[in-house]
Ligand binder design. Structure first.
Ligand code: UD1
Length: 369
């Protein structure tokens, strides 16, 4: 029997923990021959290789090495390189995850060659088309043959855009598969000991959205909020390369160095970051995935964005959407520090078994007996 050849695409940091459980299930399935293609959108050891090691992913079968560039150049380079790989491999299916530039670039390349496309984490919408990720989501969903949903609200979003619900499957959240699988191992990491921090005795901060960090007039008041927070409890702030560059460009390095309780650290590995999240008193972030991870961990989360494509983290989880106004962010943070936390509940099917459901559905759809 010929196996189903599936090309799994990874490009940027938030993709690795989503592909890891899917790849594992595919590799264990006698009917599937899974391949990993890494576009190289993220390439630093701390943004890429470290994640492969910690998540138990094998080295990618193909590495395209596209690197950083403007949206057009980056997307174009991925398409040019990926097309060659697809012509060589002639897979039955390409599977993409999330909403980064590599997602739409590889998806578009696949469907133009007549190859079936699966999109994992489909149907999420912030309704804010100024976000590059929103464009990537909308377009990838339009061209996908199989759409795998993390929350039920996504069905209505897809319907609104004329996407046939027969192509959409509610399966849960593969990123949570990885989280539940690695939580115990994360608890054994040494990052908190090394930083001299106690469980629930610190706040964890991540900021990397262009809308927050690319403008000095946005970033500066956010740093004021961090300074104020750090007078109450220490802060761990793993700094994304984009943010690191802006802090230096805007001359903010010294200002932060003058705050002894703001621990700026390099981007952390998956396990170290999970340990930091699991033990934080609160998390302040502008990431998408972290809103979901804190929901499952039951850790209060303040999101410094005007909108979220992940509404279930607010309706069921611990997420507070504070917006980008520093005063609102300050209020949300201090309300939590003053004890006003809410009990989060784990969303439906975020149970560690999403990847298995995806593989099962793909087999049923692609190899009907
Ligand atoms: C990308 C995704 C974003 C995701 C984020 C997670 C898009 C449009 N954006 O944004 O959705 O939340 O990844 O990190 O796909 N850089 C390095 N080393 C690296 C990678 C990047 O130094 O390994 C630096 C480069 O200077 C680069 C900048 O970071 O210009 C931004 O990287 P890029 O991949 O363009 O976008 P992100 O902000 O990481």
């Amino acid at each position: 029997m010929t196996k189903l050849k599936v090309v799994n695409v990874v490009g940027a940091r938030p993709n690795f923990m989503k592909i890891a459980p899917i790849y594992e299930k595919m590799a264990a399935c006698s009917q599937i021959d899974p391949v990993i293609v890494h576009t190289g959108q993220h390439y630093d050891q701390k943004m890429s290789t470290l994640f492969f090691d910690q998540l138990g992913l094998p080295k990618p079968d193909y590495y395209l090495g596209v690197g950083s560039a403007g949206h057009g150049v980056q997307t174009g380079r991925v398409m040019i390189e990926f097309e060659e790989i697809l012509k060589e491999l002639q897979p039955d299916l390409v599977l993409v995850v999330g909403d980064v530039n590599s997602t739409i670039a590889c998806g578009l390349t696949a469907v133009k060659l007549g190859i079936k496309l699966a999109h994992v984490e489909a149907g999420l919408r912030s309704w804010d088309r100024r976000m590059p990720e929103e464009i990537n989501r909308v377009l990838t969903d339009q061209i996908s043959d199989f759409l795998f949903l993390t929350e039920r609200t996504a069905f209505a979003n897809l319907e609104r855009e004329g996407i046939d619900s027969k192509r959409a499957f509610f399966v849960g959240n593969v990123m949570i598969d990885s989280l539940l699988h690695h939580r115990e191992q994360a608890a054994k990491q040494k990052i908190l000991d090394n930083l001299g921090l106690a469980s629930r005795g610190y706040a964890l901060v991540t900021l990397h959205r262009p809308s927050n960090v690319d403008y000095a007039e946005m970033l500066s008041p956010l740093l004021d909020v961090l300074t104020e927070m750090s007078e109450r409890l220490p802060i761990v702030f793993p700094v994304h390369p984009r943010t690191r560059a802006r802090l230096t460009e805007f001359g903010f390095d010294e200002r932060l160095a003058a705050c002894p309780d703001i621990h700026l650290v390099e981007p952390l590995g998956y396990l170290e970051f999970l340990q930091c999240m699991d033990n934080a008193a609160l998390v302040l972030t502008d990431s998408g995935g972290i809103q979901e991870e804190t929901t499952v961990l039951g850790v209060p989360c303040v999101t410094a964005r005007e909108n979220t494509e992940r509404p279930i983290t607010m309706t069921k989880g611990t997420n507070i959407l504070a917006g980008q106004d520093p005063q609102k962010i300050r209020e949300a943070v201090f309300s939590i520090l003053n004890g006003e936390t809410r009990e989060g509940r784990c969303p439906e099917l975020w149970d560690g078994a999403a990847a298995g459901r995806i593989v099962q559905i793909l087999l049923e759809q692609m190899c009907p007996s």
